[in-house]
Each structure stands twice: as C-alpha cells, then as structure tokens.
Write a protein that binds this ligand. Structure first.
Ligand code: NAP
Length: 249
C-alpha cells in the first residue's frame, strides 16, 4: 500500500479537517473533500471513501452518493456507533471502521482500527499509520470501548485538568495562573505518555514515597478515581450502543 491513494472525504468538520491536515502534513493522501455545497457525487477513481459526518447525518449524506462510489472502492468510517452492517446496507463495499483522535492533524493521534476485510484493513492502515498510533481490534464490538478510551478520552483529560485548575483556584491560585499550570501539567503528562515508559513508571518518577504527589494520589484513589474512569467508559459505551440502535432501520 502506498501513500498515493485516491481518497474522497465526506465531512470536513472537526475530525474531517484534522484528517485532511494530517494527511497533508505527512503526504499520506490529498483527499477530494465533499461538503454540502458539492454535488453529491463521488469522484471517479476514488479508491477509498472516508465518512466523517455525524452519526445522525450519515444516511442522508451517503445515500445520494452510493451509486457513484466505484465498485472497487473501500469505505472507511470514522463515525462513532454506526455499525458496518448498517453502512453496508447503503454502500455494499468492503468496510473498515476507525476511531481516531483529532491529534491526527499533527500526526500525533491514536486510532483503533477494525475491519473484517483484509483490503479495507490495509487501506485503513495506509491512511492512519502515518498520522496515528494505529491499534488493531479483532471484533467490531470493541470499537465502543475503544471510542471511550481513545476518541472521547482527550475530553476526559481536559475535564480533569479543568477540575484541577478549579481546585487550584479554591486553594488560592489566581484563576489564570491555575489554568496555565493545569494546561502545562497536561502537556507534561502527554510528553510522558509519548515515551515507552509504563504508566506505573511514569507515576513512580514523580511520586516519591511519602511526598506531596503520593499524598495527592492516595486522595484520588480514596475519591475512587478508578470508579470515575469506569463510569465514564461505561457511559460512553452505552451511548455508542444507543446511537447504533438509533441508526439501525
Ligand atoms: N471530533 C472528534 O474528536 C471525533 C473523534 C472520533 C470520531 N469522531 C466521529 O467523526 C464524525 C464527525 O465528527 P466531528 O466532530 O468532525 O463533527 P462535525 O464537526 O459536526 O463535522 C461533521 C461534518 O459533516 C458535514 N456534513 C454533514 N452532512 C453532510 C453532507 N450531506 N454532505 C457533506 N458534508 C456533510 C458537516 O457539515 P455542516 O457543518 O454543513 O453540517 C460537518 O462539516 C462523527 O461521526 C464522530 O463520531 C469524531
């Protein structure tokens, strides 16, 4: 598989534009972008149609295109909670589902990939390996927890950093300082996560026994941090399953 794939990208919102930016940055692909203003026609020669519209919009967006998608093209869906069987009922092509983060824009994303079809999986890797740490899944159902732990999770970390900033403010920091410090801490944590060190090692490098970090970590555990993480993942998975149900007709 080379980087010269002819890609059509349906949807140029937050994720679609991040993908186009990352592919441009790495030279992986120069997609033809379909927006509402375009004619609903898939260009001849398209080798992969990437669907990046909202789950509630996909049928309305894809149905008018269906007859123009070349027979040899594969479909790559980055939509949360839209099952491949539902997409296949409108577009009978090999399908890969991918759950990326918007950091693909800077070629620093992570992406869970599932496909039954070998060719579709290969195309998904050709498109996502250059812009993300691409993680293969062997069951479609695993995309729901992967969505929670990858696609949605940056928002969970931002929410945690925001809560830390508020706690810093309550502890006396000026609001602007509290926010800058929490943002910086999130960047530092991201730099650690970009290494090969285990989470355990990353924590141990900062938390000396009986130190301030250890005291904070103990308080987080007492406040049931793992319970909060589990609740977030379970809620996101349940929502993905509801969305999938909503999309089945
Ligand atoms: N954002 C993320 O971090 C993220 C992460 C993983 C997966 N996803 C998935 O990515 C998909 C897109 O999410 P998003 O956050 O990028 O949403 P978004 O910002 O709302 O983008 C959706 C885009 O699709 C366009 N669109 C809708 N109907 C269309 C049509 N008929 N023809 C052409 N374009 C059409 C919209 O255009 P208008 O503005 O004109 O409606 C909009 O630009 C979702 O399915 C989501 O589950 C997102």
């Amino acid at each position: 598989m080379t980087g010269a794939l002819r890609i059509t990208l349906l949807g140029h919102g937050r994720l679609g534009s991040a993908l186009a930016e990352g592919w441009g940055l790495t030279g992986a692909a120069t997609p033809t972008i379909l927006t509402r203003a375009n004619q609903p026609v898939c260009p001849a020669g398209t080798e992969a149609l990437v669907i990046a519209v909202k789950p509630a919009q996909w049928r309305e967006a894809v149905t008018p295109l269906a007859t123009s998608v070349p027979p040899g093209a594969v479909v790559i869906s980055v939509m949360a909670g839209v099952r491949s069987a539902d997409i296949a009922s409108v577009l009978s092509r090999p399908i890969a589902r991918v759950m990326p983060t918007t950091a693909v824009a800077k070629a620093q994303g992570v992406a869970a990939i599932w496909a039954d079809d070998v060719e579709a999986r290969g195309v998904a890797h050709a498109l996502f390996d250059p812009v993300a740490d691409a993680v293969d899944l062997d069951q479609e159902a695993l995309l729901d927890p992967a969505t929670a732990v990858a696609g949605s999770a940056p928002a969970f970390f931002h929410a945690f950093a925001q809560a830390l900033a508020s706690a810093g403010f309550e502890a006396g920091l000026p609001p602007e300082a509290a926010e800058r410090l929490a943002r910086g801490a999130l960047r530092s944590a991201g730099a650690g996560a970009a290494t090969d060190a285990s989470f355990e090692d990353l924590i141990a490098r900062i938390a000396s026994p009986c130190g301030t970090t250890r005291a904070g970590l103990d308080a987080l555990m007492e406040a049931r941090l793992s319970h909060a993480a589990k609740a977030a993942v379970e809620a996101a998975v349940a929502r993905a399953r509801t969305l999938a149900g909503d999309q089945t007709s």
